[in-house]
Design a protein around this ligand. Structure first.
Ligand SMILES: [Zn+2]
Length: 502
């Protein structure tokens, strides 16, 4: 038998199905299959759509770092009533809208550092698998065709309601249930929808039509991850009816459990309202990225516990921007002292338990850093507490800055202290990468102009220094004030004057 990965690190995960935290033990030792419900691609992504991908990207980063081989699948719903309505409005085809909106979605993921998704299966590429599953459910007496549609019969499943812990009547009371004479029970849901004239459709034994929303996730997760899968994730709003229905149809089809751990992330709110297209309060990601650093958005999404709601406001993003400047100042200081780039430090990329054990070290900076890093890992191992992990990252930054100040490494350039600083910063970087933060250096003025700006700034700093030497303080002040008005701050340091954008 393969050795159990990360067996000395207890990872716990809150399982919506059992309503408690459980030890994380995947179905197959060493391997994790994770499926997260993706977008219905009819309108550009708003920032609320990014919560799940950023959270589960972080879950994958952590599990992979611990040593699991993780396969992460996010579906694209590219056929749905909403797409058909939007295509009619925009006078274009459903595939055209789907392609355009999918491109926007992928660009938003990339900007927010969500790199770990292995596969984005599309519903329309899985029609044969969906049809076969519907046939199986009909054959087993869990579904019935009706007037060109096919419905799942909720009364055929004694377990229906177990994910939400509610009986069918309570669930019907909680949502608008479409009453239709086509259905046996009001809570029955469509597995296949007969096409109206002019709608996109695929042939089936029940007539031309398209799949219902819930069935596509079951069919795609079986195809790409098998069953049971380890983690099924999604926003809290998907718990009912989407996940309840996925679970019911999947287990009736399989005859065994569908998912071991159900994880639901909190939703993004503005004020006391959920951010959504229907509320009309959505903030489109592509527009937000023109005004705020992508890193600030990722930081916001990770700063609270993933099961809590996330409060969105521009004031909060501005505040995070200022917080990130504190980190940026350390990266600049690190470069001045070590002549190396923080963003190019080579990290181990996987967990080495000995390296995260402070008890073997003497009191002092290195032990403090290892201890804080171990605390960060503990946060993530405790139901992926990213908010706690970010807290540890701040403490690591404070400790690094204290070391620089106390050791006077910038003034003395002592090689032993420089080595310690590099080791501490490398550990910090390894921890930050678990959260997908500070992967790359952020430049406020990216592109070709950077070198020229650097050269011009060097020239201005020289002119200011020469003015002061010549006791022309008016000119020196004029240069400083002019730069201040351009949001450029000069700092006079032991090794010379440096500049940064404020
Ligand atoms: Zn789904």
């Amino acid at each position: 038998m393969a050795p159990e990965v990360g067996s000395d690190l207890a990872i716990s995960v809150y399982n919506t199905l059992t309503r408690r935290k459980e030890p994380f033990v995947p179905v197959h030792p060493g391997r994790v299959g994770m499926y997260v419900c993706g977008p219905t691609v009819y309108k550009p992504s708003h920032v609320g759509h990014m919560v799940g991908p950023v959270i589960f990207d972080t879950v994958k980063r952590f599990l992979a770092w611990v040593g699991f081989e993780v396969k992460f699948v996010v579906n694209i719903t590219d056929i749905d009533d909403k797409l058909i309505i939007e295509a009619t409005k925009q006078n274009c085809t459903v595939p055209e809208i789907a392609e355009r909106v999918t491109t926007d979605y992928l660009a938003c993921l990339k900007a927010l550092g969500v790199h770990s998704i292995d596969l984005f299966p599309k519903a329309t590429d899985h029609i044969p698998e969906i049809r076969a599953m519907i046939e199986s459910l009909i054959g087993k007496g869990h579904a019935y065709p009706s007037c060109g549609d096919v419905y799942f019969d909720v009364s055929s499943d004694a377990d229906y309601g177990k994910l939400c812990n509610r009986d069918p009547e309570q669930m019907e009371a909680g949502i608008r249930v479409e009453v239709s004479e086509r259905k046996k029970n009001p809570g029955d849901f469509a597995l296949w929808k007969g096409a109206k004239p002019g709608e996109p459709s695929w042939p089936s034994p029940w007539g031309a039509g398209r799949p219902g929303w819930h069935i596509e996730c079951s069919a795609m997760s079986f195809k790409w991850l098998g069953a049971p899968i380890d983690i099924h994730g999604g926003g809290l709003d998907l718990q009912f009816p989407h996940h309840e229905n996925e679970l019911a149809q999947s287990e009736c089809h399989l005859g065994h459990p569908f998912t071991k751990y159900w994880m639901h992330n909190g939703l993004m709110k503005t004020g006391d309202k959920k951010m959504s297209k229907s509320e009309g309060n959505e903030v489109v990601v592509s527009a937000l990225l023109k005004r705020f650093q992508s890193e600030a958005i990722r930081y916001l999404l990770l700063s609270s516990h993933y099961r809590s709601p996330i409060e969105f406001s521009e004031a909060r993003l501005l505040e995070i921007g200022r917080t990130l400047e504190g980190f940026q100042r350390f990266f600049e200081l690190f470069k001045r002292v070590t002549k190396a780039s923080f963003h190019e430090l080579k990290t181990m990329g996987h967990r080495d338990p000995d390296r995260f054990n402070p008890s073997s070290l003497e009191d002092g900076f290195s032990r403090d850093m290892v201890s804080l890093a171990a605390g960060l890992v503990e946060c993530l191992a405790d139901d992926f507490n990213t908010g706690g992990a970010i807290g540890s990252l701040h403490e690591m930054l404070t400790r690094l800055n204290r070391f620089v100040a106390e050791s006077r490494v910038e003034e003395t350039a002592d090689s032993g202290n420089i080595t310690q600083l590099i080791e501490g910063a490398t550990l910090f970087r390894e921890c930050a990468l678990l959260l997908g933060l500070f992967e790359e250096s952020v430049q406020k003025d990216p592109g070709e102009k950077t070198e020229l700006v650097d050269a011009l700034m060097t020239l201005l700093i020289e002119l200011r220094a020469q003015s002061r030497q010549a006791k022309n303080f008016a000119m020196a002040d004029h240069i400083r004030k002019g730069l201040t008005s351009l949001d450029i701050v000069l700092e006079d340091r032991p090794g010379g004057t440096i500049w940064r954008q404020s």
